[in-house]
Design a protein around this ligand. Sequence first.
Ligand code: FAD
Length: 431
Amino acid sequence: MGSDFNVAIVGGGISGLTLAIALIDAGVNTTIYEAAPKFGEIGAGVAFGPNAARAMELISPKVYDAFIACKTDNIWESKQNTWFTIRVGDARKGDKDGYAKPGLKVGDAWFDVNFTNDYSRGGVYRAHFLDALVKHVPESAAKFGKKLVDVEQATDGSGDVVLRFDDGTTAQHNAVIGCDGIKSKTREIVLGAEDPASRAVFSGKYAYRGLIPMDKAVELLGAEVAQNSNMFFGYHGHLLTFPIEKGRTFNVVAFASRETWEKPNWVVTTSKEEMVADFEGWGKTVQDIVGAMEKPDIWALFMHPPAKTYYKGRVCLLGDAAHATTPHQGAGAGMCIEDSLVLGSLLKDAKNVADVERAFSAYDEVRRPRSLKNVVTSKEAGQLYDFELEGDDLDKVEQNMKHRMEWVWNEDLPAQIEKARKIYQGARANI
Ligand SMILES: Cc1cc2nc3c(=O)[nH]c(=O)nc-3n(C[C@H](O)[C@H](O)[C@H](O)COP(=O)(O)OP(=O)(O)OC[C@H]3O[C@@H](n4cnc5c(N)ncnc54)[C@H](O)[C@@H]3O)c2cc1C
């Protein structure tokens, strides 16, 4: 093993680390530049669907085992195949007796959206999952406190890229892969600062995130709601919950709507009163959950307009840097991991630096349509849950919900790699 080229990865989140593991395993000389003083994730949950777990499995047992060690499924046996149990959460949809439609009370289980394949899936506590990934990245491969501020072409005629950091230092590499998230600097470099798609836009939704100890959640909500995944739909908002940390913690994300976001920060602290006021008029279960949430930070949800390309020359975008999305399909991080799988597989085949750009091109062709589709359908999903897409016509909402995730979950990833390899080999053959 061992490649004749080296790559820099900018950013050590889920994207940067899964890609680094794939590349290091393939013998590619890889350095991660991370702005923060160490690797780290926020203290919140993230759910992975079967496509994400399958991608992890195909990248490396190291990634898959990290997931399996951290993941939590629905606790109840009868809910093992359920993505979310859907409920109407908003009491304003109920009649005077609390019925949202004949036979269905606000807060009751309405229908289950079930997985349609047998691959693993589940929710993880982000910080634990990242820690489990970090163990597989050699210390020597990571440089911290390296905030990228620019990428320039080397002046030595090599065609290399020179990374410029805010501490005044530089680093020269054959190629760079930007895994630097939604506020990506590398995206601006690939698309050009004048391209409006180089910056994320507000999606019209914001979220409160919270963790509640499971015993408290069971006491408050009963075991069925507390120990399994649920979504509560309503007017211009929804709430989702799932168990994490092997069932010790109840993870909540509560969504609401507003037209614009003017504040420079995308995460701001608010008061508990403001959070509770956002769910005034909702049913008892939702109000109980919101009432039990502490530390009410608001997360403004931004998303990227579609990028016209994911690479330029020897600079490539991966993960949120390429296609930051709203979280309404719980598929953003899964798409990041699929990206790492496909680009990692192509770079494994690359023999020299000339092949790297061909690999970027094949990756772009295969990954861009699917990951951009997720951005569009995810925004739409948020509107559906918030009674904005099909209105509050519950039959139409149910119909729309039933199969809308299948294209995400049932992707044939080996076929995707094969397709990317064919494009890449075709480009090599045309040299
Ligand atoms: C509320 C919410 C809930 C979500 N829930 C889910 C879910 O349930 N399931 C799911 O699949 N997805 C979910 N997502 C999406 C998921 O969180 C992201 O897709 C994923 O975390 C992106 O990972 P990333 O590594 O690409 O980017 P990030 O996690 O943003 O990592 C980027 C890294 O780059 C570093 N960096 C940034 N700029 C620079 C720079 N200039 N120089 C050097 N380093 C830099 C950062 O410090 C960071 O370490 C959710 C998102 C939100 C907002």
